[in-house]
Design a protein. Structure first.
Length: 99
């Protein structure tokens, strides 16, 4: 079986690499996000990764308790997410990498 090219999305804050991860959990999609600077705010990451339609919606998801960072619930809407961290929300896991 040949390996297909993994789709990559470009955004102002970094690169997003979409990939399938069947070993994590049955219904979790994994996205790799390359952050350009030192960090990205959590609500902005949710927006740019396509989990939230806007930064405000991302803030609402955090306030509702739907977001975990490195497996722990996160309630800070503008938490600084750095390379090496993983954010999960609504069945999507975003692994942040350095550019």
């Amino acid at each position: 079986m040949q390996e297909q090219d993994t789709p990559v999305l470009l955004s102002p804050a970094g690169r997003i690499k979409l990939e399938s991860n069947q070993t994590h959990r049955e219904h979790v999609k994994t996205i790799q996000f390359q952050v350009k600077g030192e960090y990205i705010r959590l609500c902005d990451l949710l927006k740019l990764a396509g989990i939230a339609g806007s930064g405000a919606q991302g803030k609402h998801m955090v306030a509702e308790g739907n977001v975990t960072v490195d497996g722990h619930p996160e309630n800070r809407k503008t938490a600084k997410i750095r390379a090496g961290q993983a954010v999960e929300c609504h069945g999507v896991k975003v692994v942040v990498t350095a550019k």
